[in-house]
Design a protein around this ligand. Structure first.
Ligand SMILES: O=C(O)CCC(=O)C(=O)O
Ligand SMILES: [Fe+2]
Length: 314
């Protein structure tokens, strides 16, 4: 596991050609992913599945999207909490975000595009869908590796087949003089996994198991892979879903863009029997993934310091 440029976070190299099921690279990667997700709840993935042209297009698409009038962006209303437009919040003044649900499916991306550009914007649609699909391929690989690392690989295909993806375009404008640098407050993700790709403006900080905050520097072409609360629940509390936040440099002048792909389960999130034994008693009851979001959207959920315990603790 390389950790030369980043002493703290694990770096997992998916550009190695020989990461194929059954190979020795595959089994060592299984191990790396499990150690990383149990200790930090995240790792940096080096991944070449997004060609540089597509990467360039996705950041152009982000600029084009955020340049739309606020009233257009506010049309991005999604029934599921935290899926639609977020912005114009006085205590988070630097941040704006928009979400495309079912982002790997043509209909999902097309209906979002039509809402934002009633006259059409085929290149935005194509870019968003291609990016989502390319990153979802990385997510599938990580799921297979993670499941195998726990010896539960027989469940990985049904898990993948029950996964839907939310693509979020996130913008953080540079703070003005005397303005807060807090760009996104500390939280845990409610997804199963989150995969983040940023432009070259850093700001993400992650709190790992020993409570230390790690400032993340993304190497070029890298992605941050983070476990959400649903993954923590599924693993019966083995995987950490880390608190994280975004803080910008007060002298920074550039806008930060992050493109985030969140995975959600359309079947129940459930601790596998394999994770329960005398040493590891069952900690969480099965739940519908969207109900975790609905609970987080209540006063009790938002205030909770241990959302899984309060929502579905045994
Ligand atoms: O922009 C980032 O790096 C993090 C965004 C984030 O944590 C989120 O949208 O849940
Ligand atoms: Fe997050």
């Amino acid at each position: 596991m390389g950790s030369l440029s980043l002493p703290k976070l694990f770096v997992v190299d998916f550009t190695r050609e020989n990461i194929k099921p059954g190979s020795s690279a595959w089994s060592s990667t299984c191990n790396e992913i499990r150690v990383a997700l149990e200790n930090h709840g995240c790792f940096i993935a080096l991944y070449d599945g997004v060609p540089s042209k597509l990467e360039e297009s996705v950041f152009q698409a982000a600029e084009e999207l955020f340049d739309l009038p606020t009233e257009t962006k506010m049309k991005n209303i999604v029934e599921k909490p935290y899926h639609g437009y977020v912005g114009q919040i006085p205590f988070v003044p630097l941040h704006e975000g928009l979400g495309i649900d079912y982002a790997t499916e043509f209909e999902g991306v097309q209906s979002f595009t039509d809402l934002m550009w009633p006259k059409g914007n085929p290149s935005f649609c194509e870019t968003s869908m291609s990016f989502s699909r390319a990153v979802a391929k990385l997510e599938h690989m990580i799921i297979r590796l993670l499941f195998e690392s726990y010896g539960v690989e027989k469940h990985s295909e049904s898990h993948i087949n029950s996964t839907t993806y939310l693509l979020r375009y996130l913008k953080y404008r540079a703070p003005e003089m005397n303005e807060t640098t807090m760009a996104f407050p500390s939280h845990t993700d409610k997804s199963f996994l989150t995969i983040l790709h940023q432009n070259d403006v850093s700001g993400l900080e992650i709190r790992c198991r020993d409570d230390e905050w790690i400032f993340v520097k993304f190497p070029p072409s890298s992605f941050v892979v983070m476990a959400g609360d649903a993954c923590k629940a599924w693993s019966n509390n083995r995987v950490l879903s880390p608190n994280h936040k975004v803080t910008l440099d007060k002298r920074g002048k550039e806008t930060r863009y992050t493109i985030a792909l969140f995975s959600f389960l359309s079947k129940k999130v459930q601790v596998l029997d394999e994770f329960v034994d005398d040493e590891h008693p069952l900690q969480f009851k099965p739940f519908n993934h969207v109900d975790l979001l609905n609970f987080y959207d209540t006063e009790t959920g938002r205030r909770s310091q241990n959302i899984l315990q309060d929502f579905c603790g045994v």
